[in-house]
Every structure is written in C-alpha cells, then in structure tokens.
Design a protein around this ligand. Structure first.
Ligand SMILES: [Zn+2]
Length: 291
C-alpha cells in the first residue's frame, strides 16, 4: 500500500514538473521559436532560438557551444548547427552564460549526444550539478529544476578556454547567479580584429533580495563588481545570453539585407550596461530604504 502510494506520488510529482516546465515555455514562446542560424563574425555563429541565445565557435579541432538552453532547445540547436553545414557531434566543449534553466537545462543531453566536456564558473558548479537545487533563489521551485550535469572543468574568473585557434576568456560578472559568466573573444573580420562580448546577465530578477540576503550575503557587492567588469571590457560586437539584450532580431534583419556590420555596436553595449546598472542601483536603494 505504502509502495503504491509512493509510486503514485512520484508520478504525480513527475507530471507536475513536466506540466510546469511546459507552462514556462508556453509563457515565453520566443524561447522555443526557431530562428535562422547565422554567422556573426569570424568563426562565431548564432545557433539559438528567437530569444534564447546559443553560440557556436568553430575550429579545425572541434567546436565550442555556449548555452545548451532548455531541454526542448537541444534539437533546435542541433538543426541550427547542421543548417550552417557543421556537425553537432563536433562540439567538444560546452559553456554557459549562467546556471538558470533557460541557459543550461539541456546540458546533460548535449554532453550525452556529443561527448563534450562541460566547463562552468566555480560559483555555478554546485547549481548545475544539483540540477538547479543549489540555486540561492529558485532551489526549491520545481518549475526551475532540470537534469543535473557533471562539470568536467571548474573555471575561475579570468580563465581562458582554448580549442584550435579559438581563445575565450571567462569574466565573472556575478549577482544574477553566483557564477554568471561574461564571455569575450576576438574575431577577425575583413582584416580587422573585433572584440566580441557575450553578456552573462546583469539583471535583478523579481523577488531578488539585495539587502540581508541570508543565502547570498554578498549579492549586491557582486553585482557592483560585475558592472565594473562590464564597463571595462572593450566591446565591438555586443551579444548576450538572450537575443533581447542586444536587439538580435532587428540586427539580423539588417545583416540579412547585406549590412555586414550589423552586429558591431559599441555604443549599444555601453548604453545597455549603463541602463542595467541604473536599474540595479535604483532597486538596491529602494530595498536599502526598507520599502
Ligand atoms: Zn537568468
């Protein structure tokens, strides 16, 4: 009897998780809506959906994928990679922007399908290895959990990831999660070297406690340090964890019409970071004043 009850409870829980995950995707149709894959510059390609950004860095020694996104995203990413004429199974290294399910829920599946090694910033390692349960904000929210994935290399601020002729630098820009990572790399296009920045996330989510946060006491300091890093990074090509950060759809339309400089946007990068910092500071001041 007890066993039957337990089985029923497990099934009910499993059903609940599936149901809520499906709801979350429905609430954000742009997350699962396919988008044409395209080359951004050099060996850097966009292989994400209409809003969940995934990037492919192609080298003769294999490829790097940034962001596995949702479990439902993996077949879309695979299609995007193949539409560019590359092989999904050539992915050797998997990286993420940060340990939230919309950027890393598909990691276990990508690892299984490609054999890629998973490199994650130290602060996010317990989160991805617990399938989201170690997250300071969402750990007990079943709608945000995902299959755990083992990390093969723990990254620290300033570490580089090298494969073939590609060199990526991991910048810790924490706050949004403890290990939020902004990736930078240089791309050569038309004889010019361009600095690409993939912003990890400077956003303060609804419900985040910036003051007296027992689970993440230094959250506000981490956000501040992150903004200092973001303001210092040289940026020609402005990219991010979501296409919405950098008006991906609008820039892609220009690119499609022949504007090969569509993704070069140093001014857009500066104003985005400045605006996000202002929003963070206003929220921090509001919470500090006890409202
Ligand atoms: Zn996030």
């Amino acid at each position: 009897m007890l066993r039957v009850l337990r089985t029923q409870t497990l099934w009910a829980l499993a059903g609940f998780t599936l149901f809520t995950a499906a709801l979350a995707a429905q609430a954000n149709p742009a997350w699962t809506h396919p988008f044409p894959a395209h080359r951004i510059a050099g060996n850097l390609y966009y292989v994400g959906s209409e809003d969940l950004a995934s990037y492919l860095i192609v080298t003769p020694q294999g490829d790097i994928l940034i962001n596995s996104s949702l479990e439902a995203s993996v077949p879309l990413i695979r299609k995007s990679v193949e539409s560019l004429g590359f092989r999904f199974t050539d992915i050797r290294i998997l990286l993420i922007s940060h340990a939230h399910y919309d950027h890393c829920a598909g990691s276990a599946q990508v690892k299984k399908l490609t054999g890629a090694k998973y490199y994650v910033m130290d602060g996010d390692v317990p989160v991805v290895e617990s399938g989201g349960k170690a997250d300071f904000q969402y750990g007990s929210d079943p709608t945000t959990l995902y299959p755990p994935a083992k990390v093969d290399r723990v990254l620290h601020d300033g570490d580089t990831v090298k494969l073939g002729d590609a060199v990526l630098t991991a910048h810790l820009t924490a706050g949004h999660t403890r290990g939020t990572t902004t990736w930078t790399m240089d791309e050569v296009e038309g004889g010019k070297t361009l600095h690409a920045v993939i912003v990890g996330s400077p956003n303060v989510n609804p419900g985040y406690k910036l003051v007296d946060n027992k689970k993440y006491p230094h959250i506000a300091t981490d956000y501040q340090l992150g903004f200092e890093v973001l303001k210092r990074l040289p940026c020609d090509i402005f990219l991010g964890a979501h296409g919405g950060y950098y008006d991906m759809k609008e820039k892609y339309q220009r690119w499609k019409q022949g504007d090969r400089d569509a993704f070069i946007d140093p001014a857009g990068y500066k104003s985005y970071i400045a605006e996000r910092e202002q929003v963070f500071r206003a929220e921090w001041a509001r919470q500090s004043a006890g409202h």
